[in-house]
Design a protein around this ligand. Structure first.
Ligand code: AMP
Ligand code: GLY
Length: 422
């Protein structure tokens, strides 16, 4: 079978890499892909991003299944379009993707269905937003309603920061339409975890747990980023916590969507905050896999991913039992100089070792220019190491990271630290 993976990041490289391991897969196309997917003999990049043109390509090439990585094409209705043309695709419809594409939609949904989340209000006018902040005090969290590539959230530790964030979004239009409406919510303290499941419209199949590292520097210092590393499994999600999250968050979400007339298919990612007393709340929903969480999660998946995807598009996920590598996977993002604000591009990348049983390097912001690999984005690579515990997995990942070179490369040395603590 031929498969198409839509996207160009580390998440899509990891999904395509895993799909290509299936004996029944003839070719995995990646649209548009990156330098890493270009170099892998089992993968082929396709320079198409227009959704109609992608559907044409799928018909022409007789591609049996499409898997969508990023939120933008999902919010743009790629799944609706493909289904209308009779093409098999795994992902949420445009309507279901609102759980991610509108924070106001997600918050109102959670409130309506009793799903634990931070207290909030939505604003589109300056004066009531400022008044709400003064009434609630700091710390407080300001979120652009729409998609803002991970940059639309300000965790304001002071009133001044909070008021400034409101002005940036509502007055200065820093996020365009995405910030024309904002959600202001209660600050939640605790430990975060990424809880990702697959849904076929009826059945829910949880993937391995993971934890992301959002801040740029060690010890969770510096600005927020799209994610500087992730590891799996996340020990904070004990079996009891897992059962509770399924019962209080995931199942009510799928059922609530159905009650509201929306069948949820695709990956559902609940970003959790677990407080000191062990109560989980939903920080956000994503309607896709996490990046970089996908890289360690796919590195641990032993089950044939094509088979799982086929069950997912056929509504038979209840027949699937996933098998995971018992080892821990630690994924370290190697980012470009200037990331996250102004990443430099065009620097030569050298020293990436071949994949082994203990480590694999996934590409994100890389391009192959006449056989030379250069940087082309903020998060350039993600090195995943596997080991019997967090420390051993870290050792494998950092041994590889230390062999790789590009100008101004930055990475955290402490990916997985919360796992060491548990
Ligand atoms: P989001 O895109 O909504 O996941 O927000 C990005 C990051 O901001 C999260 O991963 C958290 O680290 C932080 N964050 C979001 N909402 C809150 C909240 N209510 N309290 C504390 N931190 C938050
Ligand atoms: N790693 C966070 C995200 O994918 O949204």
């Amino acid at each position: 079978m031929k498969i198409l993976v839509v996207g160009s990041g580390g998440r899509e490289h990891a999904l395509a890499w895993k799909l290509a391991q299936s004996e029944r897969v003839q070719m995995v196309y990646v649209a548009p892909g990156n330098g890493g997917t270009a170099r892998d003999a089992r993968l082929q990049n396709v320079p198409i991003t227009d959704l109609h043109a992608l559907a044409d390509f799928v018909e022409q090439e007789h591609i049996g299944l499409t898997v969508v990585g990023p939120e933008t094409p999902l919010a743009g209705g790629i799944v609706n379009l493909f289904r209308a043309r009779g093409l098999k695709v795994f992902g949420p419809s445009k309507e279901a993707a609102q759980l991610e594409s509108s924070k106001d939609f997600a918050k109102a949904f959670m409130q309506r269905h009793g799903i634990p989340t931070a207290e909030y209000q939505t604003f589109s006018e300056l004066a009531p937003a400022h008044a709400y902040i003064d009434a609630k005090g700091a710390p407080i969290v300001i979120k652009a309603d729409g998609l803002a590539a991970g940059k639309g959230v300000v965790v304001a530790m002071t009133l001044e920061e909070a008021h400034q964030a409101v002005d940036h979004m509502l007055a200065d239009n820093r996020f365009g339409d995405a910030g024309a409406r904002i959600v202001i919510e209660e600050f939640l303290a605790g430990e975060e975890a990424s809880f990702i499941v697959m849904c076929d419209g009826k059945n829910v199949l949880p993937l391995a747990t993971s934890q992301d590292h959002k801040r740029l520097q060690d010890n969770d210092q510096g600005p927020n980023t799209g994610g500087m590393g992730a590891y799996s499994p996340a020990p904070i999600v004990t079996p009891a916590m897992h059962a509770r999250v399924m019962r209080e968050i995931i199942n009510p979400t799928i059922q609530g969507m159905a009650k509201d007339g929306i069948v949820f298919t695709g990956f559902l990612y609940a970003g959790l905050m677990i407080d000191a007393a062990g109560n989980p709340k939903t920080l956000e929903f994503n309607c896709r896999m996490g990046d970089p969480e996908t890289q360690p999660i796919m590195s641990r998946l032993k089950t044939d991913l094509l088979g799982v995807m086929e069950h997912a598009v056929n509504g038979t996920l209840d027949a699937v039992e996933l098998e995971w590598d018992r080892r821990t996977a630690v994924g370290v993002v190697l980012a470009a100089a200037g990331y996250p604000d102004n990443p430099t591009k065009g620097d030569a990348i050298n020293g990436i070792p071949a994949e082994s049983a203990e480590a694999v390097t996934f590409h994100a912001g890389t391009t192959d220019v006449d056989g030379k690999l250069v940087t082309s984005g903020g998060r350039v690579l993600c090195v995943v190491g596997l080991g019997d515990n967090v420390k051993m997995a870290q050792k494998q990942a950092y041994e590889v990271a230390d062999k790789i070179h590009f100008e101004g490369m930055q990475f955290r040395r402490d990916i997985g630290w919360r796992g060491l603590k548990h």
